[in-house]
Design a protein around this ligand. Structure first.
Ligand code: IMP
Ligand code: MG
Length: 199
């Protein structure tokens, strides 16, 4: 697909559009429908403080864009909460050991936690977080990944219950995903031109 039908500031740096805004919207709507079915049993359940039992969690910042769309595609009572983490180490690859910069505000004991993740690459960061959340005695912890990067011969450390789209093993931006904090607000998902980061 070419990006001839879009016009916005990022077009000049994007090699090709993988999913248009309309296609992303349609896919997130499908995910929301499936999640609504699967979690319908939580509709009448409440946490000790009266909050909905279903808790949608995103790891800042990339997944916030997707989670705000996903939340509105789920036709059930739910609470939204956010975490911020930083990976230890200086390498560009995840080490899988994370430091919590902002923890959840909510108590997750006995609740159904659904993590909205922007992109699963190695999945190391997420696998660490899942273990941490499970140790807090959540009733369940599952992942709704917006995208999974298909890397030949490799599988992410996490097996998400829901997957929105698969992306090729290239650097993608838009719909929350950044390069050096640029492009998060592009309405589509596209492959960044390598010359943008190969200087
Ligand atoms: P993982 O721990 O290797 O799965 O790292 C996943 C994180 O790396 C994501 O949450 C993104 O912040 C970032 N990331 C991985 N691939 C891309 C990409 O193609 N574009 C933008 N960010 C990416
Ligand atoms: Mg990032």
């Amino acid at each position: 697909m070419t990006n001839t039908n879009v016009a916005c500031y990022g077009d000049i740096d994007v090699e090709r559009v993988l999913y248009t805004e309309d296609e992303l919207k349609a896919r997130v709507a499908e995910l929301g429908k499936q999640i609504t079915k699967d979690y319908a049993f939580t509709a009448d359940q409440r946490a000790a403080n009266g909050a909905p039992a279903l808790l949608l969690v995103s790891v800042l910042r990339g997944a916030a864009v997707y989670m705000s769309d996903l939340a509105r595609a789920i036709d059930l009572p739910l609470e939204m909460d956010y975490m911020a983490v930083s990976s230890y180490g200086t390498g560009v690859k995840s080490s899988g050991v994370v430091r919590i910069l902002k923890d959840l505000s909510s108590n997750i004991e006995g609740r159904h936690v659904l993590i909205a993740e922007d992109i699963l690459d190695s999945g190391l960061t997420l696998s660490y977080l899942i273990k941490m959340l499970e140790s807090r005695n959540a009733a369940s912890v599952e992942v709704a990944a917006f995208s999974v990067k298909d890397i030949p011969g490799k599988r992410p450390a996490v097996n998400p219950r829901y997957v929105g789209i698969h992306v090729p093993d290239e650097f993608v931006v838009g719909y929350g995903l950044d390069y050096a904090e640029h492009y998060r607000n592009l309405p589509y998902l596209g492959v960044l031109k390598p010359e943008v980061y190969e200087n």
